[in-house]
Each structure stands twice: as structure tokens, then as C-alpha cells.
Design a protein around this ligand. Structure first.
Ligand code: DGP
Length: 115
């Protein structure tokens, strides 16, 4: 069940400020308030979806495609095309703390050495 009072819903409504990276009709991308990489950005859809299960089950197909294009645009805007990770925490067990579907985009020099 989607909660309209979650922090990302408030960011989408302009009730909480964010440091924007990219925006279009489908997505908003902004810097994570608690970065865990040199570059750490969140991409969220402009729609009421709690997580990746809800999103892939219930969002219209063209909206889902537009969302992933927004992720791509965000990566291009950040200039991290050759070194980034996407993470979509899902469910409380994963540590998902905001129940509005979001994708983390993270880029850091140390990633090169980790695998
Ligand atoms: P997750 O653990 O996957 O649910 O990630 C939620 C992220 O959202 C977490 O890394 C911190 C970030 N976050 C929480 N509140 C805010 C906020 O008010 N502004 C911004 N920019 N990020 C937030």
C-alpha cells in the first residue's frame, strides 16, 4: 500500500527540497542525502509505486520504458557511463527505507578494485 506521506512523495510535490540532477515528465533524479559513494544519486518515477515489484506489475509499459530512459539520461548527465552501479533495495529485509520505488546510481573509483 503506497503511503502519500513518504519522503520521496514530498520531494515530488516540492514540499522537501532536493539537489536535482535530471528531471522529465516520468522521472526525477537527485543526490542522495547520505551518500555512500563519490557520486550517489536516486532516480524515482513520478508515480505511486512502492518498490520494483509494484512498479513492474502495475506501471504501464510505456511508463516503465520512459523510467529506464530517465535512468540512462541521469547516468549521461552525471558523466559516469563507464563506471556506475544501479541498486534497487526491495523490502524491509534489504534495508529499503523509503517505500517509493527508487534506483540508486552510484559511482566511485574504488569500484574498479572491488571485483
Ligand atoms: P533505500 O535504503 O534504498 O530505501 O534508500 C533510501 C535513500 O534515500 C537513502 O540512501 C537516504 C535517502 N534519503 C532519505 N531521505 C532523503 C531526503 O529527504 N532527501 C534525499 N535527497 N535523500 C533522502
Amino acid at each position: 500500500m503506497y503511503d502519500n506521506d513518504n519522503v520521496f512523495a514530498k520531494i515530488l510535490r516540492g514540499q522537501i527540497p532536493c539537489k536535482e540532477v535530471y528531471s522529465d515528465d516520468t522521472v526525477l533524479a537527485f543526490y542522495d542525502v547520505a551518500p555512500r559513494a563519490k557520486v550517489h544519486v536516486l532516480v524515482i518515477p513520478r508515480g505511486e509505486y512502492t518498490d520494483i515489484f509494484d512498479f513492474t506489475q502495475n506501471a504501464p509499459a510505456d511508463f516503465q520504458i520512459a523510467f529506464w530512459k530517465g535512468v540512462r539520461k541521469t547516468v549521461e548527465t552525471l558523466g559516469v557511463r563507464d563506471n556506475f552501479r544501479t541498486v534497487a533495495n526491495t523490502g524491509r529485509g534489504s534495508g529499503q527505507s523509503v517505500m517509493h520505488f527508487h534506483v540508486h546510481i552510484m559511482s566511485d573509483d574504488r569500484f574498479r578494485e572491488e571485483f
